[in-house]
Write a protein that binds this ligand. Structure first.
Ligand code: 11C
Length: 352
């Protein structure tokens, strides 16, 4: 049978995406939907806020339960967590201690010395920190995925680092309001504005990217040697983070070589044919079709890869620096989809 999973924070922005991805999933089946006491007993369909997803009737009729760690640990092998970071820390630790494999989108545990931040095209080798340290016992563990702004660029950075070596990366972000959760979306209260501040975002990008692109050896994460400098802004876009990259590389490839390395890059999810993997993790866009949220993350765009690929375009070189733009789906690839792919990898490799 399929592996039973709990969705924590099921009524939130990320939780509802988890539920969407779990419908008819080949490996996993939803045991229960969990959220705060405020939502207890409500029908899932009655908690949907802004968007019109195509859930099945039986999913819409599921009832929300309050988070009962004992019950979840008895009933489920996996918990997908979309709970806000402030609450996620202790709940996720308790679940892991009771033997649950927690795949979380929250930031609380990312920098723990035994917890990996995994994007499976980038660093599945770091999964070994879980078994190696066995911090929680009972077969429980926590696997995090990165902040959405880090996830959007980490696959292209991995491809470029492998091929040409990175010295320095300057990133400026233009981040969608859905990154701030539901309160930001209905109000759209930043129309006509750009807010050049997102709490802790720049520090998170700088440390998470260095952790993921570094190595794990002898019981320790060793951070990558190149520097990342981030400037982050919120812009009035609903879904889809746009990021500008200026990169100093060790080698001096041609633009065509850079484009080819990105377009040809494949990782473990592609090799293993994981259900949520995009066929091509990096889509290189031609000049007449520049990466933009309206084309790259909206349903209906033919090659949007269900929101799981990063689109790269406008690759240029000036003064020895390489410049490019990247667009990615912040709540799919950068959120629920990232955790789903991590769990699919763990299932396929027998780590569950
Ligand atoms: C934003 N990137 O757009 C943030 C949201 O650490 O997972 C995700 C925060 C995180 O505001």
């Amino acid at each position: 049978g399929k592996v039973k999973v709990a969705v924590l924070g099921a009524t939130g922005m990320i939780g509802q995406r988890f539920v969407e991805m779990l419908e008819d999933h080949p490996y996993f089946e939803i045991e229960g939907l969990y959220a705060s006491e405020r939502s207890e007993g409500k029908r899932f369909g009655d908690t949907l806020k802004v968007r019109d997803y195509n859930y099945k009737q039986e999913t819409l009729d599921m009832k929300i339960s309050k988070m009962d760690v004992d019950h979840i640990s008895k009933a489920c092998r996996i918990a997908f967590s979309g709970i806000p970071s402030e609450l996620a820390g202790p709940t996720e630790t308790e679940l892991a201690q009771k033997g649950v494999a927690v795949f979380t989108n929250a930031g609380s545990h990312r920098m723990d010395p035994h917890v990996p931040i995994i994007v499976p095209e980038v660093n599945t080798d770091q999964f070994c920190s879980i078994k190696d340290q066995d911090t929680y016992g009972n077969g429980g563990y926590i696997v995090t995925n990165a902040n959405c702004s880090s996830t959007g660029i980490v696959v292209p950075l991995r491809a470029l680092n492998d091929a040409f070596g990175l010295n320095e990366v300057f990133v400026s972000t233009y981040q969608a309001i859905s990154g701030a959760g539901y309160p930001g979306v209905p109000s759209l209260d930043i129309v006509g504005n750009v807010i050049p501040f997102i709490s802790h975002e720049e520090e998170k990008m700088e440390t998470e990217l260095a952790k993921m692109l570094g190595t794990y050896a002898d019981g320790e994460f060793k951070y990558a040697g190149f520097k990342v400098m981030a400037n982050c802004a919120r812009v009035p876009v609903i879904d889809g983070h746009t990021e500008s990259l200026v990169i100093d590389m060790k080698e001096s490839p041609s633009i065509e070589e850079v484009a080819k390395v990105l377009a040809d890059f494949r990782g473990e999810p592609q090799k293993l044919g994981l259900p949520s993997a995009p066929e091509q993790p990096i889509i290189v866009r031609a000049e007449e079709n520049r990466p933009q949220p309206i084309y790259d993350v909206f349903a209906g765009t033919p090659d949007r890869a269900r929101g799981m690929a990063s689109s790269v375009g406008r690759i240029r070189c000036s003064n020895g620096y390489y410049k490019m733009w990247v667009v990615s789906h912040n709540t799919l690839r950068g959120g629920a989809g990232g955790s789903m792919l991590n769990a699919e990898y763990a299932y396929k490799k027998g780590i569950l």
